[in-house]
Design a protein around this ligand. Structure first.
Ligand code: ISJ
Length: 110
């Protein structure tokens, strides 16, 4: 049934499209946060900003409810991403951010 059911195949195609969009959106987001990380390191600012995160969490929880998505899930998802961002910022601060591939950053810095 799995390989031949046209409805299932079509739904999975749509799921794959959404997954690709999520990856592209995350890549864009990480480009901006990498830039923020460099800005913070250059200005001696702390990697994390809990007050800013709290505002983001409240906003995303509201958006989630409006979209029939579990607000707990939205908060966990944001926290997961922000933890990775802060990890990147620490690496930038330590002069060790080469691991995060971002060709556009290389072009900007050249
Ligand atoms: C990107 C920033 O740094 C951290 C990461 C955040 C994020 O990924 O949205 C938000 C706040 C900070 O803890 C920022 O301060 O804006």
């Amino acid at each position: 049934m799995n390989d031949v059911n046209p409805e299932l195949l079509s739904l999975r195609q749509s799921i794959d499209n959404v997954d690709a969009a999520i990856i592209h959106m995350l890549a864009e987001r990480f480009k901006f946060t990498q830039h923020v990380g460099r800005l913070k390191a250059a200005n001696g600012l702390p990697s994390s900003d809990p007050a800013r995160e709290q505002v983001q969490i409240e906003r995303l929880r509201e958006l989630a409810v409006e979209s029939n998505l579990d607000p707990e899930f939205a908060e966990k998802f944001l926290n997961f991403i922000v933890a990775e961002v802060i990890h990147h910022h620490e690496r930038i601060r330590n002069g060790d951010d080469e691991i995060v591939a971002d060709p556009s950053d290389d072009a900007e810095d050249a």
